[in-house]
Design a protein. Structure first.
Length: 86
């Protein structure tokens, strides 16, 4: 029982915090530009082919997934450090 309470407490504590990328002397516009560039660089995408009801095929827009490790590496290369904000 004590273990369940401890796990629940840690979950609630972690849910109240979010990861933030910080770099001294950076303005909001630069942070957004760097974040966007790293998201593009870390996107792993693929084209999807879907068959329609009529039997023909349709090519869908690329579906992408973020490679979190590549994103973090990109942000660190740009001088950012990851911290946590309440």
């Amino acid at each position: 029982m004590k273990m369940r309470v401890a796990v629940l407490f840690l979950f609630v504590l972690a849910a109240g915090c979010s990861a933030a990328w910080e770099r001294p002397n950076v303005n909001g516009a630069q942070l957004v530009a760097d974040t966007d560039a790293c998201r593009v660089a870390a996107a792993v995408g693929r084209l999807e082919l879907q068959e329609t009801l009529s039997g023909s095929a349709a090519l869908l827009l690329p579906a992408s997934k973020l490679d979190r490790g590549a994103f973090a590496a990109c942000m660190r290369e740009r001088g950012y450090e990851q911290g946590y904000v309440d």
